[in-house]
Design a binder for this molecule. Structure first.
Ligand code: FAD
Ligand code: SIN
Length: 512
């Protein structure tokens, strides 16, 4: 049993920026970051477009950013939370810069601002098309210098340690698997912060790396925390269609902000038929339009046409996209890029209040695993990195202010004893593939009530097969992940079935 003051699960932008803040503020406290891969691997690392922040008050305003966020969220965002996030964004951006992150500037010294779908102004601050990589570089360099931050890489959190008392629960740490030594560790903590990211791996075609299996959301669900809005899975309209390459490479929305045009298999620009904002409509609308074109034409991709753009400027703005295209034989000066929608972001998650606190005492959630109310039914592009830093800050303020000696005695924990076993890989991989197929077939961009009900039955059957493989205390990294994906799939389906009106990214043909 290890003891710590602040325990953070996840080392993306949310987890590391929280850890750095606490470490700077409270050098006498112990901070432990547990992360299941190396420190760098995260959704954050792959972020391209940037962070939406109002920096140019002559041309833009907080009011406008608030309005755009609420329109993209189809009217069901929590307005107070939207105001908080937009208003606190600039201060948090300055902190990232103080920690060493560099963002592109214009000749006049102001930020170079990109445009993306749903934004009425250019307001996306970025580092070329590698914003996430740059942020992770700066956060990692800062965190590893701090002597009171300890990092446990290649450790997978399995379950929360909770105590239930008269209908209320409190969290006192986490059980983790040391992936390399194959040992179980119990970590007791005064405050536990889930910063474990998204769940794109519930789908076969996703922009998310392998780590995105919804572990934090599933752990919180098992512990009895409130989970909301899981039906709102965001599909990014333009992932590079290049089958069998994982994770799927993103073609940033900023490319459409730069003037690229979507064309169907006949070369026809089609977005004007779906929304007057055309390529820059919000993500749910563009993804659905592409879905409809794919069905109509019985194809598996459309094209993003950049051939009319200034290729020198394109290369300058989007060097990694340009390189990727060249690698696979596409010269953006002459060739159109094949693209298709891919599972990208989970708008729902662990329900938290404005301090990042979940419905379980001492348990917080920040970043993509949380549901703050900012995104409503569809996240506005580049609002995710913003939400992560704003809520990391608010959670830091609350956890340091309220931290008490809440670690209970050992004997009051009901600790499960896990046995580590390797299970037949082929079997777990096959179950995961089958789960993903059910999800994309019936729980994708366009859903139906019958499809959802069938999907629920199929997922139940697959989960029963999975449960028959193992007893509850047997574990391995593959089993932890697959168990969590089943929980995530069940949540997405159940929340979809609960929804009676289509909103944003949720579209059920039986509700039209
Ligand atoms: P992550 O960065 O995903 O970090 C999660 C961490 O938790 C990882 O370290 C992971 O290893 C760890 N973890 C997970 N489970 C466990 C476990 N069981 N035990 C221990 N550790 C665990 N958003 C924007 O705002 N702008 C963009 O331009 C943008 N571009 C994107 C491009 C791509 C390709 C993708 C995939 C996403 C993009 N997003 C963008 C979304 C954004 O990147 C993510 O929502 C955000 O980075 C999430 O940050 P996070 O810290 O919450 O989670
Ligand atoms: C992108 O660059 O298109 C991704 C932006 C986001 O997910 O917010």
């Amino acid at each position: 049993m290890t003891d710590t003051d602040f325990l953070i699960i996840g080392s993306g932008i949310a987890g590391l920026s929280y850890a750095i803040k606490v470490a700077e503020d409270a050098p006498h406290h112990n901070i432990l970051v547990v992360t299941k891969n190396d420190l760098n691997e995260s959704n954050t690392k792959y972020a391209q477009g940037g962070i939406a922040v109002v920096t140019d008050y002559d041309k833009d305003s907080a009011q406008q950013h608030i309005k755009d966020t609420i329109i993209a969220g189809d009217g069901i965002c929590d307005k107070e939370v939207v105001e908080i996030v937009v208003n606190e964004g600039l201060e948090r951006l300055r902190e990232l810069i103080n920690w060493g992150a560099q963002f592109d500037k214009n000749n006049d010294g102001g930020f170079s601002l990109e445009n993306e779908g749903g934004h009425s102004k250019h307001r996306v601050v970025h580092h070329k098309d590698m914003t996430g990589r740059e942020i992770m570089r700066a956060l990692r360099a800062t965190a590893i210098k701090m002597t009171n931050i300890k990092i446990l890489s290649f450790h997978t959190a399995i379950d929360l340690i909770t105590i239930n008392n008269n209908n209320s629960s409190s969290c006192h740490g986490v059980v983790v698997l040391d992936n390399l030594k194959r040992e179980i560790k119990h970590i007791k903590a005064k405050q536990t912060i889930l910063a474990s990211g998204g769940a794109g791996q519930a789908y076969p075609f996703t922009t998310n790396p392998d780590i995105a299996t919804g572990d934090g959301i599933a752990m919180a669900k098992r512990a009895g925390a409130k989970i909301e809005d899981m039906e709102f899975i965001q599909f990014h309209p333009t992932a590079l269609y290049y089958p069998d390459k994982k994770p799927v490479f993103l073609i940033s929305e900023a490319v459409r902000g730069f003037g690229a045009i979507l064309r169907n298999k006949d070369g026809e620009a089609f977005m004007h038929r779906y929304d007057e904002r055309k390529e820059l409509a919000s993500r749910d609308i563009v993804a659905r339009a592409i879905h409809s074109e794919l069905n109509k034409n019985d194809t598996n991709h459309v094209y993003l046409d950049c051939t009319h753009l200034d290729n020198e400027k394109f290369r300058h703005h989007f060097p990694s996209i340009h390189t990727k295209c060249i690698e696979i034989g596409i010269n953006t000066a002459h060739d159109m890029i094949p693209v298709a929608p891919a599972a990208h972001y989970v708008c729902g998650g662990i329900k938290v209040n404005q301090d990042g606190l979940s419905s379980i005492a001492n348990l917080y959630a920040i970043g993509e695993c949380s549901r703050t109310g900012l995104h409503g039914a569809n996240r506005l592009a580049s609002n995710s990195l913003l939400e992560a830093v704003v809520f990391a800050h608010r959670t830091y303020l609350h956890t340091t202010r309220t931290m008490k000696d809440t670690i209970a005695q050992n004997h009051s924990f009901n600790l499960t004893h896990y046995k580590i076993e390797t299970i037949n890989d082929t079997l777990t991989q096959s179950l995961q593939r089958q789960l993903q197929e059910v999800m994309i077939h019936s729980v994708g961009i366009v859903r139906s009530t019958t499809g959802l009900t069938n999907a629920q039955e199929e997922i139940n059957k697959l989960e029963q097969k999975f449960n028959a493989l193992i007893s509850s205390e047997v574990t391995s990294t593959e089993l932890i992940t697959l168990r969590n994906l089943f929980t995530i799939a069940q949540l997405i389906i159940q929340h979809s079935l609960n929804r009676k009106i289509n909103k944003g990214g949720y579209y059920n043909v039986d509700l039209l």
